[in-house]
Write a protein that binds this ligand. Sequence first.
Ligand code: NAD
Ligand code: ZN
Length: 362
Amino acid sequence: MAERALEIRSESHTYPIYIAAGLRHQTADILKGLGKSTFSAVLIVTDETVGPLYAEEVAASFADEQPLYICTLAAGEQSKSMETYYELMTFALNCHLDRNSVIVALGGGVVGDAAGFAAATYMRGIDYVQMPTTLLAHDSSVGGKTGINHPLGKNLIGAFHPPAAVIYDTETLYTLPEKEWRSGLAEVIKHGWIQDPELLKVIKDQWLDLSAVPVDVLNDTIRQSIQVKAEIVQLDEREAGIRAFLNFGHTLGHAIEAEAGYGTLTHGEAVAIGMDFAMKLSGKVLGSSLDSEAYNEEMIRLGYDLTIPASCEPETLLAHMKRDKKAAEQKVRFVLLQEAGVPLVRPVEDDTILDLLKEEMT
Ligand code: NAD
Ligand code: ZN
């Protein structure tokens, strides 16, 4: 039987996280071990890339005790849409899922968010299990946030609905393109900077070849990084105070993603630029003496490009940050670092942001 790597306490229940290579073959056993009576039906939700690689293997772990269905979404952010949500609900209804059924979200953050939101709202909420297949999804599968996008903005429609379990088969990550590794690793690095500088050392010393990192190193890194997110989320489940620290690098990161056009950079690539900016801002606003040159060197070694895309204008980026739903007051609130592992949130003057943006972009 697979060992629990971590336990996460949410408002409603405690759920286990399993992290190991090959867990997809044990999916059914792990579900049984959750202490629930047998599920009436299983619906695996996946996408067109992940499905052909792993869905049959997950399905094969189940005996014929209950009906099992596979729903395959298009790959990519487009599946976090109202249309796909409606199709997914129709699929579930046609399969006669009931309140004792379970949804298995097999894929990256897109599948996790979309299938999680379907589970949150199908018959007022049924169980679901996260089976993340991207490195980025170590972040999205923990914390209970599920949701879809609206043409007016990302993640605007959603619900807090923690999973019954997270089953992380780290073997599945090795089919990811390098760009996707980099996207996920940026969130690990973020967790390192806001709470666990030891993680930064692990990446520096042990992540020598980005997409060929040994699986035991990968397992440990994911566990440590989830631990950081879990600790923060557990203290602050519904996003106020310290959960905001998780936005480190995201204030400018989100603005860059939107202004450069979604899909130009991955989420993590934009966050990596945002972290660089937030560190420099920490120097200006707090007088922190972070070694941003060392950060730059390390990020370049890992293949990140920290230049703000030329298609972005400083004024437009600032305007975007001021529109961001997290900028409740007039001034943009940034997560800054006093030092590595010591974050704080500060409103920053527009001129300070603009000056630094202009400096960075010349
Ligand atoms: P994704 O799910 O789109 O996956 C990235 C790409 O990799 C896709 O094309 C996918 O088909 C492919 N892929 C996935 N697993 C693969 C594998 N093992 N082998 C080969 N290809 C594979 O994107 P993502 O980066 O995992 O997640 C991004 C989403 O997560 C965004 O929508 C974001 O809003 C969301 N997110 C949510 C939270 C949260 O707390 N709920 C947090 C962070 C991000
Ligand atoms: Zn993020």
